[in-house]
Design a protein around this ligand. Structure first.
Ligand code: SF4
Ligand code: SF4
Length: 206
C-alpha cells in the first residue's frame, strides 16, 4: 500500500474522493433517467413465458372424475373425492393438490382425456403455514341445480326404460302361453275318415 504523505498526498486523496464520488453519482444519475426494472411485487407482477408451468386450475364442468391425473402424478399430490350419480353427474367433495410436494412437472395435465386440468401462469403462493399449501381446485362443491335436474331426468328415463322392458317381457310371456295352448293335447283332434281300415289294427270295415 502506497503511503501518501505531505501536501501532495492530501491533494491526491482529495482528488480520489471527489473522483469516486463523481463516478458513483454519474451511475446514479444515469439510472435515475432510465426505466426502472424493479417490480413492486405483490402489487405488480412479472410477465411469465407462455409455456410457464404455474399453479394448476381445473375446468370443473368438463371434468369427468376419471382419476387419470391422480394416477399419473408421480408423487401422489392429487386427491379426488366425489360420488357418481345417475346421468353421469358427479357430486364433488374434493379435488385437492398438495403444493408441498408438487414439482410442476405437468404429468397430470398431459393425459387428461378432457384437457380440463392445466398449469396456469399464476406463481404467487405465499402462505404462513405449510398446511395452507394444499389447495382445492374445485369451483363448486356438492351439486348444482343443473346437476339435480340431470339426475331427475336420468332417473325418469331409467324408469321409462324399465317399464318398457317389463311390458315387452309380459307381451312375450303372453305370446308363449298362447302358443302353448295351441299345442295342448286336451284340444279336440281332427275326426278320422269313416270306412277306412286301420292298417295296423286290422279292424273290419262295416
Ligand atoms: S384426468 Fe381430467 S377428467 Fe380425469 S379426473 Fe383428472 S382433471 Fe378430471
Ligand atoms: S405437476 Fe407433477 S407433481 Fe404436480 S400434481 Fe401434476 S403430476 Fe403431480
Amino acid at each position: 500500500m502506497n503511503r501518501r504523505d505531505g501536501f501532495a498526498g492530501w491533494v491526491r486523496n482529495l482528488w480520489d474522493g471527489v473522483f469516486s464520488t463523481m463516478v458513483g453519482m454519474g451511475i446514479t444519475i444515469r439510472y435515475f433517467f432510465t426505466k426502472p426494472v424493479t417490480v413492486q411485487f405483490p402489487e405488480e407482477k412479472m410477465e411469465v413465458a407462455p409455456r410457464y408451468r404455474g399453479i394448476h386450475y381445473l375446468e370443473q364442468d368438463l371434468c369427468i372424475a376419471c382419476r387419470v391425473c391422480e394416477k399419473a402424478c408421480p408423487i401422489d399430490c392429487i386427491e379426488i373425492r366425489f360420488k357418481r350419480h345417475p346421468g353421469g353427474v358427479n357430486e364433488w367433495f374434493e379435488f385437492s393438490l398438495d403444493y408441498n410436494k408438487c414439482m410442476f412437472c405437468e404429468l397430470c395435465c398431459i393425459p387428461c382425456p378432457k384437457s380440463c386440468i392445466h398449469e396456469g401462469r399464476e406463481y404467487s403462493m405465499v402462505r404462513y403455514d405449510r398446511s395452507e399449501l394444499v389447495l382445492d381446485l374445485l369451483t363448486w362443491k356438492g351439486m348444482r341445480e343443473v346437476d339435480l335436474r340431470t339426475i331427475k331426468e336420468a332417473e325418469e328415463e331409467k324408469k321409462r326404460k324399465a317399464a318398457e322392458a317389463a311390458a315387452r317381457r309380459a307381451a312375450e310371456k303372453a305370446k308363449k302361453e298362447a302358443a302353448a295352448k295351441e299345442g295342448d293335447p286336451g284340444k279336440p283332434r281332427k275326426k278320422e275318415t269313416p270306412g277306412k281300415r286301420d292298417p295296423e289294427g286290422g279292424g273290419d270295415e262295416r
